[in-house]
Design a protein around this ligand. Structure first.
Ligand SMILES: [Zn+2]
Length: 252
């Protein structure tokens, strides 16, 4: 994407902004070769995520679900952050705005690997596992190294599972509450690579908009929130986000 030109009105809002919330979804990771559920090829291509990413699936066939997450963990470990991850990290590390919060629906850890620090993981993380009985938490890589074919058994007798939010499970209350609080006080709200259709996560856009934030949407396809966008960039995140971050930095 070429240099992005912001309107005078938007430039003024950017100059005055104190806090920014970036909200990222699967579209950001896709450009690192990770499709949240549908990996490109391989053993799992024909599986529907609804058959694997649920508490019911884990109860019915814990070995299969564990092997799938072991595979996804390795995919994530081999992937590299792309220009969108790196540009968002730059916005935080260069302190372009006094307050920066990254809220992500992705579980692959790529934002942190790109250098982002203040990250709220709404759907948990594939980098950790916890016991389904006592909650004991451990590193996912170590858990897989111990047992890649079936979930390791905890000392309490429970089984380890990935620390991600499955279909039918609630988002972690504290993380969501913090994301909602940051969104309600955001001057700038960037939505990147998400179709914004999954509630309650998508409700953050409504919260920010109602509180008067400037709303920027980056997504190749229109979303249900596109009509509310003050600025909409219909392009892949890896192209649009670096251009957007340059423009925001330039107008501070
Ligand atoms: Zn346990």
């Amino acid at each position: 994407m070429e240099t992005l030109t912001l309107s005078e009105e938007i430039r003024e809002r950017v100059r005055e902004a104190r806090s920014l919330v970036a909200f990222s979804g699967a579209g950001v990771s896709r450009e690192s070769g990770l499709d949240t559920f549908r990996g490109a090829g391989g053993l799992w291509e024909k599986m529907r995520p609804e058959e694997l990413a649920t508490p019911q699936a884990f109860r019915a066939d814990p070995e299969k679900v564990w092997r799938w997450y072991a595979w996804r963990f390795r995919q994530a470990a081999e992937a590299a952050p792309n220009p969108a991850h790196l540009a968002l990290a730059r916005l935080e590390l260069e302190e372009v705005f006094p307050s920066f919060t990254l809220v992500t629906q992705n579980v692959d850890g790529l934002h942190r690997r790109a250098g982002s620090r203040n990250v709220l993981e709404l759907h948990g993380t594939i980098l950790r596992a916890h016991c389904n009985r006592c909650g004991q938490s451990r590193d996912m890589g170590e858990a897989i190294a111990e047992s890649s074919e079936e979930p390791p058994v905890c000392s309490c007798g429970g089984k380890y599972r990935p620390s991600v939010v499955w279909f039918g499970e609630a988002l972690p209350d504290d993380v969501f509450a913090q994301a909602a609080e940051e969104s309600a006080s955001a001057d700038l709200f960037l939505s990147v690579g998400t179709s914004s259709t999954v509630y309650p996560a998508a409700g953050l856009i409504e919260v920010a908009k109602r509180a008067g934030a400037l709303f920027v949407e980056v997504n190749p396809e229109p979303t249900p929130f596109s009509r509310l966008a003050d600025l909409r960039l219909a392009a892949p995140a890896g192209e649009a986000v670096p251009a957007l971050v340059d423009a925001l930095s330039r107008h501070r």
